[in-house]
Design a protein around this ligand. Structure first.
Ligand code: NAP
Length: 266
């Protein structure tokens, strides 16, 4: 199978590594295009694949095309390869853009699987949500699922849920980074050295996620740590007084709204 990757930024290059590592196809069968890339037949910086600036060269012989450009760049990327669109399977990780909007630029015959990964795919601990159009076959879906399984967990969703997925798991790592940073700031305020505070904050988030993974409801786990008149309930009361819960709910709502706006602009 031949693969073309359009846009070799953070996500495009993470996918490239996943594809090469799982042995799905060899580097000689992959061409990646990006305006910043040097023209190389075998680029050692990118797993030995061919890199170029010309999008149509990347999709010309491809069976599978991965679209990994920013939403604002899709229109020009699509225009530059329109004459090479045949019966390729397209995988789009572009935030916000619906399958209908992608088809407007790629043509009605394009088979499209829309995927929303998150940045922990860079360390094979991501989660990727897949939605697809009616022209996609079971084998297309299995193929793409197997690529993203190299980079973490995979869930299948209806396309109408994609804005919510984008806002929660796509954007979510950024919220957790702010959480870790703020916890560490609190630790420093309580007298801890910065390094120790950050390490404790990170390990606390990691450990707490592991406890949730065991299957108990987060509220039950929270109640288990909050003893009467103890330190944790004092901290929890301060969180409630400062709108911690509603800030997170509003963050997800705002991001979902923004994802919708990105598509409306098309
Ligand atoms: N990062 C995330 O957490 C995340 C999560 C889920 C989905 N996504 C989505 O994944 C996509 C890529 O995100 P990213 O974080 O990997 O962005 P990125 O690092 O900026 O990568 C995008 C790459 O595409 C290149 N590009 C721009 N215009 C192009 C064109 N016309 N043809 C070919 N390549 C072009 C860019 O080059 P220039 O630098 O020259 O513009 C850049 O190297 C976005 O749509 C984003 O919404 C990102």
């Amino acid at each position: 199978m031949k693969i073309g990757i359009i846009g070799l930024g953070k996500m495009g290059s993470a996918l490239l590594r996943g594809i090469v590592n799982c042995g799905l196809c060899c580097p000689a069968d992959i061409v990646a295009s990006d305006p910043l890339l040097p023209e190389r037949d075998s680029n050692p910086e990118y797993c030995g694949v061919r890199t170029c600036k010309d999008n149509s060269a990347a999709i010309k012989d491809a069976d599978l095309v991965i679209l990994a450009v920013k939403p604002q760049a899709f229109q020009s990327a699509a225009a530059s390869m329109a004459h090479q669109v045949k019966d390729q399977l397209f995988v789009s990780i572009i935030a916000g853009l619906s399958i209908a909007s992608l088809k407007k630029r790629l043509g009605p015959k394009a088979r499209i699987i829309r995927v929303m990964p998150n940045t922990p795919v860079l360390i094979q601990q991501g989660v990727s949500a897949l939605a697809w159009d009616s022209m996609v076959s079971e084998s297309d879906l299995e193929l793409v699922k197997n690529i993203f399984l190299q980079l973490g967990e995979v869930v299948k969703v209806e396309e109408k849920l994609m804005d919510g997925v984008t806002a929660l798991s796509g954007s979510g790592p950024a919220y957790v980074y702010v959480l870790i940073e703020a916890l560490a700031d609190g630790g420093v305020l309580a007298g801890l050295p910065r390094d120790l505070a950050q390490q404790l904050a990170m390990l606390t988030v990691q450990g707490a996620a592991g406890m949730v993974e065991l299957g108990k409801h987060p509220a039950e786990l929270k109640d288990m740590v909050a003893s009467p008149a103890g330190t944790t309930i004092a901290g929890l009361a301060a969180l409630e007084a400062n709108g911690f819960r509603s800030a997170l709910i509003e963050a997800v709502r705002a991001a979902a709204q923004r994802a919708k706006e990105l598509d409306d602009a098309y």
